[in-house]
Ligand binder design. Structure first.
Ligand SMILES: [Zn+2]
Length: 349
């Protein structure tokens, strides 16, 4: 006997199809939500094995750990942003830098943004810092007292530049600042350090004459901003097969024509729009545009408590993993999400 669907069956089919469409559209909507909405509202990391996924400006991080708010040789700033998270290699490097900087005569680090708990794009600020391998360090010396939470939120960093100038102010910039950046650049795992061109110039004046310094001077890259802080980027860790490495910096020390260019008007001139061109659309990274692994990172179980994933002497990855609790999906708050109403199939039976 040939099966002929009854009206009841038809209704059931439509219902199943509708439910499937709802499921697909919810999943699709999440994939199309600006990834910053999802990553920016996730309060804790995953407790999986550490891994950076993707690229510095398009990726995420699993198994991140927190830089403790205070250490003997550092204080973390802007605590309300919840960006003290990084791959354990990054956090270990910051702690090593803070100790060795103190030995060099710097009074301790003020640590700025690293990454969000699961990395990813941020609701405000940086394009990079997405894989737990970038960190900002203030060029302001750590005071000899513990700052309050409110001071950490409100204290302004100090620019190294002379007013209305592209050059450092010798009243503010000191050899100790140069030694701190040199120390950071000396580490093998550090691949790039971003500083303002005026700071690169000051480093060239101090360290550029000796070819012996080229191996680390080449990592110090001039860029916009970065006169209140410098930005340290480490290479893809060996545990992160899915991390996309960056090209190495060119040979030499970078104290050449490429630096001179920054002292011309060209990099600072406002961009003229092409005649007749539409204004560029603001590009927002969606979850679908991030590496596939980042969807799993968003769903990964969280530790029971932040202290379990804070990278200090008490940090035990096994203990953190044993505490893992599943996380509910972060609700999408983007009101521009398309609402897809399921429709019955027009195909005849
Ligand atoms: Zn930065």
């Amino acid at each position: 006997m040939t099966f002929r669907p009854s009206a009841g069956h038809k209704r059931l089919r439509m219902f199943v199809l509708g439910a499937a469409l709802v499921a697909v559209s919810a999943h699709g909507a999440r994939a199309q939500t600006a990834a910053k909405e999802l990553f920016g509202r996730t309060p804790l990391p995953t407790v999986s094995a550490p891994a950076a996924h993707g690229f510095y400006s398009k990726g995420c991080v699993a198994g991140a750990v927190a830089m403790p708010v205070d250490g003997p040789t550092w204080q973390a700033m802007r605590l309300e942003r919840n960006r003290r998270w990084g791959h354990p290699d990054m956090i270990a490097l910051l702690q090593k830098l803070s100790r060795e900087a103190v030995q060099d005569g710097w009074p301790g680090l003020l640590v700025g943004d690293i990454s969000q708990p699961r990395g990813g794009p941020m609701l405000s600020g940086h394009a990079s810092h997405q894989v737990g391998l970038d960190a900002d360090i203030w060029l302001t010396k750590m005071p000899d007292r513990r700052l309050t939470v409110s001071e950490r939120a409100n204290v302004s960093a100090v620019s190294m530049l002379k007013a209305n100038s592209l050059h450092v102010d010798p009243e503010i910039w000191s050899p100790a600042h140069g030694r701190l950046i040199a120390r950071a650049a000396s580490y093998d795992e550090v691949e790039r350090i971003f500083v303002h061109p005026g700071i690169k110039k000051a480093m060239c004046d101090r360290y550029g004459a000796s070819r012996a310094n080229d191996s680390w001077m080449r990592k110090i890259r001039p860029y916009y901003g970065h006169h209140y802080h410098f930005h340290v980027r480490i290479r893809c860790p060996s545990d992160s097969a899915n991390c996309r490495p960056q090209n190495t910096t060119p040979p030499g020390n970078g104290c050449d024509g490429s630096l001179d260019w920054w002292f011309t008007s060209e990099p600072w001139a406002p961009k003229k729009p092409e005649p007749g061109a539409k204004p560029p659309k603001k590009r927002e990274i969606t979850l679908a545009q991030l590496p596939k692994a980042c969807s799993a990172v968003l769903r990964g179980a969280a530790p029971a408590d932040e202290s379990l994933v804070t990278y200090d002497t008490g940090y035990k990855p096994d203990l953190a993993r044993a505490s893992a609790i599943p996380v509910a999906a972060v609700p999408a708050t983007d009101s521009r999400l398309p609402v897809i109403i399921p429709v019955p199939s027009p195909r005849p039976d």
